[in-house]
Design a protein around this ligand. Structure first.
Ligand SMILES: Cc1cc2nc3c(=O)[nH]c(=O)nc-3n(C[C@H](O)[C@H](O)[C@H](O)COP(=O)(O)OP(=O)(O)OC[C@H]3O[C@@H](n4cnc5c(N)ncnc54)[C@H](O)[C@@H]3O)c2cc1C
Length: 339
């Protein structure tokens, strides 16, 4: 049986969160399909990297270790992944919907004529009946994601071409160690054999990475504001509430578009995915694209003037009223109680 492959990204010797999330999902899919989970790591100075990977239930790790392979570069990484996939013929290949995955994924799928579904929010295994063609397909990868502006949740399948390729954004899937002592096999890739000197035509002389100052993913409490906050001044109240509760401030896309908050705070399909212990949605209607980024939160409180707002359907507690009245009351109450 052909296996499941996950392309893993590394930064300064540390596996990207999204790669670990995909390994977790990949392990579950491999168990369902009764096949092996394989990982691909391409970079430099990779000694010991397997210790970060095997605990997620990886059976085979393909390593391409060469000083010219880090930081990521399109041509050499594409050559390696394409040749590896041609040789190993995976049935499923997963990558992060990061700037690297978005660069690499389409190139690999185009070289292999495989097709690719970007930004999946869920991956499942299932059967498909094509009544017209009289065909029954078993154990396909259901690549599930919002489509047509989020108006439908589409299940996309790739019955004929392999690998079935998908990218997934960071935070969408859960990260879970399977067994800290899980042991797999390391296979070293012969870089000289698969990468031509032309692929190394670009050399990176310097790199500057600006770390995000907003840590929405790691915050246990997220207070998110929407267009219903009404103004930037009102939106700023959310920072006071976040301060007293020890949380971080998020925003809907409408709030970002209105200039109430910066894009790095956007939560949802085209923003960050969060699953905090507590999510307080203030003046957010709860369209599907927003819910895609927050509905896995443990507890959700919605504050909205509209008792029928869609956000209320996923909320554990609903406060019907004006944010401009309710939020100052909450700040006052929590300040009093935390003194
Ligand atoms: C391809 C695509 C991707 C998208 N990606 C994202 C995404 O990543 N994240 C995202 O958030 N959106 C995204 N959107 C946009 C999404 O469809 C919605 O337009 C957006 O989420 C609406 O933001 P909102 O709820 O803040 O604003 P609105 O829909 O305008 O809702 C405002 C809410 O505030 C309430 N309200 C008004 N005044 C008050 C008040 N004084 N007190 C309390 N409540 C009040 C209203 O009743 C209403 O429910 C995307 C759309 C598309 C097509």
């Amino acid at each position: 049986m052909n296996n499941i492959f996950v392309y893993c990204e590394i930064e300064d010797g540390v596996l990207a969160e999204v790669s670990l999330e995909l390994l977790t999902k990949g392990r579950k899919l491999a168990d369902t399909l009764k096949c092996k989970l394989e990982a691909v790591v391409i970079g430099a100075g990779l000694q010991g990297i397997e210790n970060q990977i095997f605990p997620f239930g990886v059976d085979i790790l393909h390593l391409a270790d060469d000083s010219r392979l880090y930081p990521y570069q399109t041509l050499p990484h594409t050559s390696i992944v394409v040749k590896l996939f041609e040789q190993e013929k995976p049935q499923i290949a997963l990558m992060g919907a990061t700037s690297i995955g978005r660069d690499l994924g389409p190139r690999v799928s185009s070289a292999l004529h495989s097709g690719l579904t970007a930004d999946c929010t869920s991956l499942e295994i299932g059967d498909h009946e094509d009544k017209k063609a009289g065909m029954h397909y078993k154990d396909l990868l259901f690549q599930i994601r919002p489509a047509f502006g989020g108006n439908i949740i589409a299940t996309i399948i790739n019955p004929d071409c392999r690998p079935q390729m998908a990218t997934v954004r960071e935070g969408v899937m859960k990260k879970e160690i399977l067994d800290p002592d899980y042991k797999g096999e390391v296979r070293t890739i012969d870089v000289e054999k698969w990468v031509s000197s032309e692929d190394f035509v670009v050399s990176i002389i310097d790199r500057h990475i600006e770390q995000s100052k907003v840590n929405l993913k790691g915050a246990p409490i997220v207070i998110a504001g929407g267009y219903g906050m009404g103004s930037r001044e009102n939106f700023n109240l959310l920072y006071d509430l976040a301060e007293v509760l020890g949380g971080e401030v998020g925003a809907s896309r409408a709030a970002v578009d209105a200039g109430y908050a910066s894009h790095e705070r956007q939560i949802g399909q085209t923003g960050v995915t969060v699953r905090p212990k507590l999510y307080i949605a203030c003046g957010i209607s709860g369209q599907i694209q927003h819910r895609a980024g927050m509905e896995e939160s443990s507890q959700i409180i919605a504050i909205n003037t509209d008792p029928e707002a869609p956000i209320n359907a996923v909320a554990d507690y609903v406060i019907t009223g004006d944010v401009a009245e309710i939020i100052p009351k909450m700040i006052k109450f929590y300040r009093k109680n935390t003194k």
